[in-house]
Design a protein around this ligand. Sequence first.
Ligand code: B16
Ligand code: MG
Length: 217
Amino acid sequence: NYQAVIFDLDGVICHTDNYHYQAWKQMADREGIYFDESINSRLRGVSRMASLEIILERAQRTYTAAEKEALAAEKNEIYRQLLMNMSPADLSQDVAATLRQLKDAGVKIAIGSSSRNAKTILRQIGIFDWFDAISDGENITRSKPDPEVFVKAAGILGLAPSACLVVEDADAGIRAAHDGGFHSAGMGDACGNDEATYSIIAFHELSDIVLGKRMQN
Ligand code: B16
Ligand code: MG
């Protein structure tokens, strides 16, 4: 049994890939930089500045640190506008029901996200106040695969990593969990990752895992 579950946000609780894509695409088009969905898929779970560096691999010239800051800010403005389209309709029944079931069983729930927009997203989908701890891009100095974001979440909960399960969709997040001493469940892109303790297809599988009814992989 686990006393807490720490959820990644994008790709786990909800899906903002397409908004990230649209915002980066607008920025890249203005700069005349080639960008497509396959490059976008490399940005999953990666911090904002590291994402920009990946996009700039296709640039025709080099950019100064100040120019990079400006491009990242421009993308974030567009992205935040797009986030205003999100609503409780973007929370799936499966996620909502599983979170409620865990809470009812006395399991603590937390967020461990690289995003600096995590709180905005949680408010938009109507579940901001469901969480016992929120650790996000605002309280870390090192991005996943560094374990910092999960270690901070466990710290806020007052629990040891070994008492917490991390749920992630990105390989960098599974590595972060592993290196921080956490068990993890990989889903989406990270389903089948061999550093993950469990692989899941559907969110509701977490109930059995957390309540001790399912064996490790
Ligand atoms: P922001 P996660 C990550 O969130 C996203 O997967 C990634 O695509 C994004 O670049 C990163 O957050 C930073 O987001 O620009 O909002 O600070 O998967 O760790 O919840
Ligand atoms: Mg993610």
